[in-house]
Structure formats: structure tokens, C-alpha cells
Design a protein around this ligand. Structure first.
Ligand code: RUQ
Ligand code: CUA
Ligand code: CA
Length: 637
């Protein structure tokens, strides 16, 4: 028996060993958790390898075989959005959104700068980002392949990714919010049954700040806002002023409720204060009522923002019949809130409590209807799982899978059995299986997990530490995304995938739910140079427009002349229509480099500030004459 197994057995036999983590225990225990991860015995490793080889053939796709699932991953503090194939785990694409990207020329081209946002001098407002959570648009309880959204925690921005071209087309900054963390689209409209698809995206504000943000030290004055962004216009529709903070966000399948777990109901400014209470909350937002309050003009605004802010504080929401929000009590510093695919429950993981809390949505709605006096009665289970529970996924067969950060495990548990256990049936065995993962898992998701079509095939686990799992490459380690086969009763660890630090959340869905376009259409680009004859140079004073076309293996024009001091806007359309025939445009000594995919148009604006001959050339291998695909920019003194 491995040390990890004996540790979890000891915990199983003596679960009261540490009901809750306090400040001192936390420091000691996180150390113990890390040490336990390191000391996996050779025996345990061998067993894991043997089990994995049975399922391994499923993940090793033959050359030319395609994956069954798309995986949409966040990039973490690389600030990007990533696309993986599942089960192979192969990374297929990185979609830049919040941060510049040298391959695409994101942050270099005028079009990308317009999406990212610029300062008055034309330079980028932000060049850093921190993406955590990505979720896609819904229709009838399943992904509809229109959009994905992703958060930027550092600068409180939300980006939309078009899933037809896999490009970021809009970014919105949330006003009066810092630490925008959880994000989730609604799944249908709460009022209009015809609107059975996503029209809103909800955003949780994790940090509290003065409203408006003046530099005051008195943190009792700080507040957090929960924001609603319009899925189409990407404008902020409304915000809710709350007590405590928001962390992760989940939405119900009927569109009526959004929820956010709160770890800082204490509204403390230091971690000791943030963990002083034994229980925090999961806050529930009544979407229809909030929108009615906004319509009725019952809102405030803060600072320069015009966004209506309704009052969701406890003091103003005591009467359930008129309440915009309800606060369900959850133990201690919960992390993660996830909606079960049957539409019945939200599950909050306890983080500093070894428990998961199951909240029944019909009961929350009964509270809002005034039929149930105590909203905490919506809790139908609060069961022990192990140390450091963070996030939960579902297999569509009634089982939940929760990561245990400190135990370095995934625990599979049955939700109905947990509810029975909580109701007093102490014989109800709700834990089905436990599996060691490597190491310290955070997010977890199963294929189709957050839809009504959870299929229970694969489980991916984002392990925050990889330690000894890969060849050492110096002090910085890859993260370890592990893939687990959950098609049977027992979980089987099948593959390790190194990823560049550090993805947080991800979703995986069936490939037929997307139909990406193989090439662009000129109509997407107002500046498109649609035929070679339109290429050429026009001058207006010292403002020069260069319309350029690329078609393998040439640029048109092949040379153009400028004078020092000219301000140049170069518009390039790739006229090749062949799938996968991308050209690059690199201009030495001018910090310009970008690609144009088939039928795509991009533009750059720069100063010709020095005399010389500058060979612009294609960077993307496109043709036998790729190296010859170049031209001269001649700048005369
Ligand atoms: S959080 S490890 Cu940024 Cu998604 Cu839970
Ligand atoms: Cu065009 Cu290489
Ligand atoms: Ca707390």
C-alpha cells in the first residue's frame, strides 16, 4: 500500500481528524500535501502504469486519425486561449486574445489592436493577461458552436472567441471590478421560452475595492460586483452590488439562476481574516428579477461608468419574495461551483473544509417564491470527500468527480447516495472510487460535463505541479494535464500531457458540435484587396497607403518607394484560396510581422523613419519558391 493510500484510509477511518483547516493547520497541511505527492512509492507507480496500458490504445490515435472531442483550454498568465484535441491531448491552436502573439501578429496589426484596445498614442493599453475560465455558448442545453468566452483576471476583461474562425473578435473591460475570476454564459432566457440559447455572460468579481476606486485603506468600505455582459454586443448590461466576493460562477439550465461561491464573506483584507468564519456562502442571482429591477430604474451608477448597479446586499434582500439574490451558507472558503447535467443541483467544493455541498435548485426557487423560509434548507447534502476539494465534474450517470488538492486525488462519488447519507442513511456508500493524480489537482472536467449531454467518457485533470513526471528542464516545470478513462466503474489514469503553465479551466465537447470554416471570406474585411489589379500605392501628402496582395509565391506590388517621414498604412490580402496556404509578412527593422490566412486581410500602420532598402518577405513556408517570395520597400532620404 502506498503512503498516499494509507493516508487516505486513515482519513476515511478518522474523518474528524481535521474537519476544517485553520490558519496554522493550513500552513502545515499544504506542506504535508506536497510531500505526499513527492513520496509516491514505486509500487503505486507500477500499478498505475499497468492499469493505464489497458486503456492507452484509446488515446494513441493512429497517424491521420482525428480526435473525437475539442478541448478549449485557458492559458493562465500567458493570457491566451488554447485548443486541444481529446483524447490525444495534442495542442492544435493558440488563439491570442489579451496578450500580443508573434505568430499571428496579434497586437501588431491594426485590426488586433482595435480589439485589444489602445491608448491615445496608438500603443496597446495592456500587454499582459491572466486567463482562467473558458466556457462556450449554449442552445437547448448543449454547445451550439457560436462563441466561447474567457476571462482576464488581471485587467478585468472578457474576450469573445468566434468558433467559426477561432479568433478573438471582441474584448470588454468590466467597470469597477478587480480580479474578474469566474465566468459562465446563461443557457437560455429565464422569461422567454423561445430564447433557448445563450444571450448573457455572467462575470464574478473576486477582489473588493472602493466604489468608486479611491485609495482608501479602510477595507470595510470595499465592495465586489457581479456583472452581466450581453453575449452579442459584449456590452455590460448590469451589475449587482453584493456582500462578500465572487469566485467561480455557474448557471442553471432553465436560465433562472446564476450562482457564485464566496470565500471571503468576512470581507477581510488579509488571508487570516478571509478564513476566520467557519462558513461562507454560495450566492444565487435571480436573473429575471434583477432585469426587472434594472428596467424599473432601481439602480445606481458608480464613477464614470453608466452601467446600472442593483443592490444585492444582504440587508436589502431579506424578503425572499422581492429578493434579487439569496445567500446559501457553505463551509469554509468554498471553491468552485458546478451545475450537474441533470439540471437539479449546484455543487460547491469546500476547499478548507473536506466537504462538498449539494444545493437543490428547485428549493432555491421555492425560497425566492416565499414557500421556504430558510434558504439553507436548499442544501440536500454536505458530505466529506477528502482534503482540499476544489472543482467537480459529472459523467451523466449520477456520479460527480471532485479534485482534492491536498490529497492529490480525484474522488468519484455518487450524488444520490450522498443525499441519502446526508438524510441519515449512514450505510449509504457515496464514495465510489479514489485515484491518485500527479500532483495537486485544481480544475477537472469530463467530456460534455457541463451540458445536458454529459457522456462520461473522459475526465481531464489540471494538475498544478508535475514534479517528477517529465524530463527535467531546469527550475520551471510544465503543468501536468492528466487524462482519465471514466467509462467504467473504476477510474483509469491513461495519459500525462505537459502543458505550458498554466492553464486553469477547460471544457471538452464532441467534435460534431463545431463546424469551423476552412478559409476566410472577403466580406469579413472592409479593407480587402480582392484582386491583384487593386494592389498599388496611393499618396496623400506624407500619408501613404500600400494595398498589397499575396498569392504564392509573390507579393504584389513587388517593390514600392517611400520618403523618410512617410506614415504608411499597408493593407495585405492573401488571395490564395487553397486551405492551409498561409503567408507571412515580415518587415525588417520596423517591428512588423504577421500572417494572413487564405482570403484574410490585415493592415499595419508605421512610420518610414529611416532611409534604406528593406526586404519584406514571407515567413510561412508556402511554396517551393517560398524563400524567393519577397519584395523591396525602398525608403529614400
Ligand atoms: S480557479 S483551481 Cu482560477 Cu479556476 Cu480553481
Ligand atoms: Cu508565402 Cu511563404
Ligand atoms: Ca472565508
Amino acid at each position: 500500500m502506498s503512503q498516499d493510500q494509507s493516508k487516505s484510509q486513515e482519513l476515511a477511518q478518522n474523518p474528524a481528524r481535521r474537519k476544517f483547516l485553520n490558519t496554522t493547520a493550513l500552513a502545515g497541511l499544504s506542506g504535508a500535501g506536497l510531500a505526499a505527492g513527492l513520496s509516491l512509492s514505486p509500487a503505486a507507480t507500477t500499478t498505475a502504469h499497468a492499469a493505464a496500458s489497458d486503456s492507452a490504445s484509446k488515446v494513441h490515435l493512429k497517424p491521420g486519425e482525428l480526435d473525437e472531442y475539442y478541448g478549449l483550454w485557458s492559458g493562465g498568465h500567458t493570457g491566451d486561449f488554447r485548443v486541444l484535441g481529446i483524447p490525444s491531448g495534442r495542442e492544435l491552436l493558440r488563439v491570442p486574445c489579451f496578450t500580443p502573439d508573434a505568430l499571428i501578429g496579434w497586437g501588431i496589426t491594426n485590426e488586433s489592436k482595435a480589439v485589444m484596445g489602445t491608448k491615445p498614442d496608438g500603443s496597446l493599453e495592456f500587454t499582459v493577461g491572466d486567463t482562467h475560465h473558458t466556457h462556450a455558448s449554449y442552445k437547448d442545453g448543449n454547445y451550439d458552436g457560436r462563441y466561447a468566452w474567457i476571462n482576464d483576471k488581471i485587467n478585468s476583461r472578457i474576450a469573445r472567441i468566434r468558433l467559426d474562425y477561432f479568433i478573438c473578435d471582441k474584448i470588454t473591460k468590466l467597470p469597477n471590478v478587480q480580479g474578474f475570476h469566474g465566468i459562465f454564459p446563461d443557457k437560455r432566457d429565464p422569461v422567454d421560452p423561445k430564447v433557448n440559447y445563450t444571450t448573457r455572460v455572467f462575470c464574478g468579481g473576486e477582489f473588493s475595492i472602493p466604489l468608486p476606486n479611491v485609495g482608501t485603506e479602510d477595507h470595510t468600505q470595499y465592495r465586489s460586483l457581479f456583472s452581466c455582459v450581453d453575449a452579442e454586443t459584449m456590452e455590460v448590461r448590469w451589475q449587482v452590488l453584493i456582500d462578500g466576493n465572487c469566485d467561480l460562477v455557474a448557471t442553471s439550465f432553465d436560465g433562472k439562476l446564476a450562482a457564485s461561491n464566496q470565500y471571503n464573506t468576512e470581507m477581510g483584507a488579509r488571508f487570516e481574516d478571509m478564513m476566520s468564519a467557519e462558513r461562507d456562502s454560495c450566492i444565487f442571482f435571480n436573473i429575471a428579477r434583477i432585469e426587472a429591477a434594472v428596467k424599473a430604474g432601481k439602480f445606481k451608477t458608480y464613477g464614470a461608468s453608466k452601467v446600472p448597479v442593483v443592490d444585492g446586499t444582504k440587508a436589502s434582500n431579506k424578503d425572499p419574495k422581492t429578493a434579487l439574490v439569496g445567500y446559501v451558507s457553505v463551509p469554509k472558503n468554498p471553491h468552485g461551483v458546478n451545475a450537474s447535467p441533470d439540471g437539479k443541483y449546484f455543487i460547491c467544493a469546500g476547499k478548507l473544509s473536506p466537504t462538498a455541498t449539494v444545493i437543490e435548485l428547485t428549493k432555491v426557487l421555492e425560497w425566492f417564491d416565499g414557500k421556504m423560509a430558510d434558504i439553507d434548507k436548499a442544501i440536500v447534502a454536505e458530505v466529506e470527500l477528502g482534503l482540499g476539494p476544489l472543482h467537480t465534474a459529472f459523467d451523466g450517470r449520477g456520479n460527480a468527480y471532485t479534485t482534492l488538492f491536498l490529497d492529490s486525488q480525484v474522488v468519484k462519488w455518487n450524488v444520490d447516495a450522498a443525499i441519502k447519507f446526508h438524510a441519515g442513511d449512514t450505510k449509504s456508500q457515496y464514495v465510489v472510487d479514489r485515484l491518485d493524480v500527479h500532483y495537486q489537482p485544481g480544475h477537472i472536467n469530463a467530456t460534455q460535463s457541463e451540458t445536458m449531454f454529459a457522456d462520461g467518457k473522459w475526465l481531464a485533470v489540471g494538475c498544478k505541479f508535475s514534479k517528477d513526471r517529465y524530463l527535467p528542464v531546469g527550475p520551471m516545470h510544465a503543468e501536468n494535464e492528466q487524462l482519465i478513462d471514466i467509462s467504467g466503474e473504476k477510474m483509469v489514469l491513461v495519459a500525462d500531457h505537459p502543458v505550458r503553465p498554466e492553464p486553469h479551466d477547460f471544457i471538452m465537447f464532441r467534435r460534431e458540435l463545431l463546424s469551423p470554416k476552412p478559409i476566410y471570406q472577403h466580406e469579413e474585411f472592409p479593407l480587402a484587396v480582392t484582386k491583384v489589379e487593386d494592389a498599388g500605392v496611393t499618396r496623400n501628402g506624407n500619408k501613404v497607403t500600400v494595398k498589397m496582395a499575396s498569392y504564392a509565391p509573390a507579393f504584389e506590388p513587388r517593390e514600392f518607394k517611400l520618403k523618410v517621414g512617410d506614415e504608411v498604412t499597408l493593407i495585405l490580402t492573401n488571395l490564395d484560396r487553397i486551405e492551409d496556404l498561409t503567408h507571412g509578412f515580415a518587415l525588417p527593422d520596423h517591428n512588423i510581422n504577421f500572417i494572413v490566412n487564405p482570403q484574410e486581410t490585415k493592415s499595419v500602420t508605421f512610420k518610414a523613419d529611416k532611409p534604406g532598402v528593406f526586404w519584406y518577405y514571407c515567413t510561412h513556408f508556402c511554396h517551393a519558391l517560398h524563400l524567393e517570395m519577397r519584395g523591396r520597400m525602398i525608403v529614400e532620404a
